[in-house]
Design a protein around this ligand. Structure first.
Ligand code: B16
Ligand code: MG
Length: 214
């Protein structure tokens, strides 16, 4: 019996993944490196510093930590400019309906995002009161694919991992959910998210009657 749904944020509830991509692409250009959508897949769900390291590795650039901190801050400045221009209409279609069905059925709702900007984003979207537990990038040591973020969400909900289903758009996130002992619905490309128990191309296409059968 599924007692909780744990949602990733970027790429599941809202398309901030695109803003991350634009900000990383701008930074990569400074190293004459053209970041593609394909390589961007590797950045999804992982922490800001880990993402920077992946970009630098592809650009064949090696830097000391202090410089890396500066670059990560710069990218975050560009990203948060996008975030502050967002509005509640950017919530993906189907999210509000899914939340109300879950509430009607007494299934708990939690957020588990690697983003240190998650709190700001959910406030701008006006969904901060939808969650019984929120875990973000400021509360964890190991980012996805480590299961820490999902285990912390389950413990905040006072549930065991087997009671929870995770909704994730990133390969690293699917891996983390399964490593936590949870079921996982992948949102996106079934070829990329093939480890997930179900995959739909957008959250609005998730068949709610499937929830207890996953
Ligand atoms: P920030 P999620 C993740 O959020 C993003 O998918 C990933 O691309 C980003 O690097 C990470 O948050 C950290 O974000 O720089 O805002 O702390 O998908 O776990 O909701
Ligand atoms: Mg995501």
């Amino acid at each position: 019996m599924i007692k909780a749904c744990i949602f990733d944020l970027d790429g599941v509830l809202v398309d901030t993944a695109h803003y991350h991509f634009l900000a990383w692409k701008r930074l990569a250009k400074e190293f004459d490196y053209e970041l593609t959508e394909e390589i961007n897949e590797e950045l999804k769900g992982v922490s800001r510093m880990k993402s920077l390291e992946i970009v630098l590795k592809h650009a064949n650039v090696s830097l000391e930590n202090q410089k890396k901190e500066l670059l990560a801050d710069r990218k975050n400045g560009w990203f948060t400019e996008f975030v502050h221009n967002m509005n509640p209409n950017e919530l993906y279609p189907g999210v509000r309906e899914l939340f109300s069905r879950l509430r009607r059925d007494n299934i708990k709702i939690a957020l588990a995002s690697s983003s240190k900007n998650a709190q700001t984003i959910i406030e701008i979207l006006g969904i901060q009161n939808e969650f019984e537990a929120v875990v973000d990038g400021t509360m964890i040591v190991h980012s996805k694919p480590d299961p820490e973020i999902f285990l912390l969400a389950a413990s905040k909900l006072n549930l065991s991992p087997a009671d929870c289903v995770v909704f994730e758009d990133a390969e690293a996130g699917v891996e983390a959910a399964l490593a936590a002992g949870m079921k996982c619905v992948g949102i996106g490309n079934p070829m990329k998210l093939k480890e997930a128990n179900r995959v739909v191309n957008a959250i609005q296409n998730f068949n709610y009657s499937d929830l207890q059968k996953i």
